[in-house]
Design a binder for this molecule. Sequence first.
Ligand SMILES: [Zn+2]
Length: 91
Amino acid sequence: MSMALVQCKECNREISDRAATCAQCGYPRRPPPWTHLVFKIVIGLAATLFLGMVVLWMVLAWVTRKPIDIDMPDPAPSATSQLQDAPLRIG
Ligand SMILES: [Zn+2]
């Protein structure tokens, strides 16, 4: 098991990447825990929002789905008008 060495941002000395703080100057390498928490919450909210939108979209698509419409093409206007204009003279 090898420990990677990273450079301390504060004193530029090499410290273990597992060290929470620099062994030389005590500079905290890792952000405070609350930052992780906020990050997790933000990521979680974003993921939830995204998933929610996807689910909502799917539900909407399912709810608003229509039975297959067999749309018979309208008869040609000329034919219709010819039928309507057909002389129907009584008396
Ligand atoms: Zn340091």
